[in-house]
Design a protein around this ligand. Structure first.
Ligand SMILES: *Cc1c(COP(=O)(O)O)cnc(C)c1O
Length: 420
């Protein structure tokens, strides 16, 4: 459920007409709904209501905007971060260091040291090599880093190959059949407080069964590690719950997910950690765009050329992803069209031969479900700037990220004097 609805024939974010935001800020622009973020956070918390004090560490990478993270902090969420930059953002948004989990296969020594110095709650170690390095970094600082070992359960999450992370051939985690041995090699390091295990098998999962398989394997591993004398107090189940991108698409509900987790983890006797991203932020944002012109098409269908492009919203170009596309002020007429951006690449295509609201040059439209992996994946390809972000709260709204003009990006470039 979201708060982007038609009111008096015009799409609103909560109580603010999207046309008003477009006129004030220009297009393209990302628009987030605070009420939607809060609702998703509450639904997720309720879904885990049967568990004892879980830590919900919002995956910043889905939408790291400071205002978004602040809303989720107010909901009691921690943060899952995957870089020093994300850690900085989480801390700046006011998330307590102990509620931050640091994931990622390529943490640098510098990032580890910064995390240890900040006192973050947990590092998720993704390889034996990384574990040794983290131990050395923490020991050299006279500290012990809390850590869990991320395992790769070799489960096919059934999602797009580029966002599948739990198959043996993926780069994430240590092979689950070697986890016992690697855990033992790391557990006695003075720089580490190795206290748990972690798993995250992929994103946009439309089926709970692969997650259940992975969690069950984790349960077996926990029992084995305890049998070998290790103390296990934490288990991190990652994120990955899918969201509907097409009207009418059915995804597993957070409640079903929570019930499955409660069933599978019964008796584990650990603090559970969750890292939801998309399920919180995805439907809380739209990308608002204006039609530049409508061009007669070669194959019969016209091209609706919008001012948003693959550099602003990369998912269609990256994953062939679908985003519902609707007019801000629909006339009731329909058309079949190809929806494309202005970038000089055929990949800059949002939809082909799609039945959409009839649109003309100058009309406004939105790509729905753009709150996750939207603005954060933007680039300045074709020397376009970075799109601004707006948050709506009831009848008020604010720019929460300024537009970055091409000139500002250009200012960082220099021609060496030997080219003068
Ligand atoms: C990307 C990621 C998440 C969040 O995934 P969603 O599908 O957005 O829920 C959680 N944990 C880790 C380690 C990730 O890499």
């Amino acid at each position: 459920m979201d708060h982007f609805t038609l009111q008096d024939g015009v799409l609103h974010a909560e109580q603010v007409a999207l046309s008003l935001i477009a006129d004030a800020v220009g297009t393209p622009v990302y628009v987030y709904s605070r009420a939607t973020l809060e609702r998703h956070a509450q639904v997720f918390k309720q879904a885990l209501g049967a568990l004892d004090n879980p830590l919900i560490a919002y995956a910043l990478k889905s939408n790291p905007n400071l205002a978004v993270v602040r809303v989720l902090r107010q909901q009691g969420f921690g943060a899952d971060v995957v870089s020093g930059g994300e850690m900085q953002r989480a801390l700046m948004a006011g998330i307590a260091a102990e509620d931050i989990v640091f994931s990622g296969v390529g943490k640098t020594a510098r990032e580890m040291a910064d995390g240890v110095a900040a006192g973050i709650g947990q590092f998720n170690i993704e390889s034996e090599e990384e574990g040794f390095e983290l131990a050395a970094v923490a020991e050299s600082m006279g500290k012990r880093a809390n850590a869990s070992l991320r395992v790769n359960p070799d489960v096919d999450a059934g999602t797009h190959e580029k966002i599948s992370t739990g198959k043996a051939e993926n780069k994430f985690g240590v092979p689950i059949h070697r986890a016992g041995e690697i855990f033992a090699n790391l557990a006695n390091k003075p720089g580490l407080n190795l206290r748990g295990v972690a798993v995250h098998i992929g994103s946009q999962l439309s089926d709970l069964a692969p997650m259940e398989t992975a969690f069950a394997k984790l349960g077996t591993l926990i029992a084995g590690l305890r049998g070998a004398g290790h103390a296990i107090s934490h288990a991190d189940l990652g994120g990955g719950l899918g969201v509907p991108y097409k009207a009418g698409e059915i995804m597993p509900s957070p409640a079903d997910y929570g019930a499955m987790v409660a069933r599978v983890t019964k008796g584990w006797d650990v603090r559970l950690i969750f890292e939801p991203g998309r399920v919180i932020s995805g439907n809380a944002g739209v990308l608002l765009t204006r039609v530049v012109r409508v061009k007669r098409g070669g194959n019969g269908d016209p091209f609706v050329i919008v001012d948003a492009a693959m550099n602003d919203l990369a998912r269609p170009a990256l994953y062939g992803a679908w985003h519902d596309f609707v007019a801000v002020a629909p006339s009731g007429e329909r058309m079949t069209a190809n929806v494309v951006g202005p970038i000089c690449e055929t990949g800059d295509t949002f939809a082909m031969g799609r039945d959409i609201d009839a649109l003309e040059a100058g009309d406004l439209a939105i790509f729905r479900t753009a709150g996750a992996y939207g603005a954060t994946m933007a680039s300045s390809y074709n020397s376009r700037g970075f799109v601004p972000e707006v948050m709506v709260d009831g009848d008020r709204w604010a720019v929460v990220a300024e537009r970055i003009e091409p000139a500002a990006i250009l200012a960082a470039e220099k021609v060496p004097d030997w080219l003068e």
